[in-house]
Design a protein around this ligand. Sequence first.
Ligand SMILES: Cc1cc2nc3c(=O)[nH]c(=O)nc-3n(C[C@H](O)[C@H](O)[C@H](O)COP(=O)(O)O)c2cc1C
Length: 198
Amino acid sequence: MSAAQNLPRRIVVGITGASGAVFGLRTLQICRELDDIEVHLVVSRGARSTIHSELGIQVRDVLDLAGVVYQDNDLGAAISSGSFVTAGMIVAPCSIKTLSAIANSYDDNLITRSADVTLKERRPLVLMVRETPLHRGHLRLMTLAAESGAIIYPPVPALYTLPSSVDEVVDHSCRRALEQLGVFVAGTRRWNGATADA
Ligand SMILES: Cc1cc2nc3c(=O)[nH]c(=O)nc-3n(C[C@H](O)[C@H](O)[C@H](O)COP(=O)(O)O)c2cc1C
């Protein structure tokens, strides 16, 4: 086994100011429950606002769930370079502004720079884009990002799991999004023919 295989898997999580801060929070909580995931976290200024307004918790409570936390203007951070090896990045939720920056490689903050690095290194980049309804410009941005390799992953509920709460919907979306980075969590409900199975 190589030295790299002994390292915890690093993933980068960006939380931006779209509605749905809970998707970022739940992603961090799931990773925290796993032994071998090292989360590198960037929270945008917009997300600091939605964390307050939608979750009613302190930003510090979110930051505390990550292994390493960066300021979003820290363009010299480790995750700004492709030489820092990660298993990929998830932006949860991803605003249209950040989608636009990523689609156009407009790397003026650490979330967009790290996302661009993830793409150029051909690592999985999952964008939980949250906006509705979508105009043609939004759809074009998603196409552009997808053409560069991004995985467009809007947090659309999987109702075949017969969720009984919003928490279950959020949890399932985050688990499935993490699977795109090779992070699998036991107990994720799946469609198994006629019924949804654990
Ligand atoms: C309460 C609230 C909800 C928002 N919801 C969305 C949203 O669902 N999608 C979106 O693209 N922007 C949304 N915005 C706007 C973004 O926060 C804004 O465009 C911000 O500049 C995004 O910057 P960031 O991507 O750097 O966080 C919302 C703003 C607020 C205050």
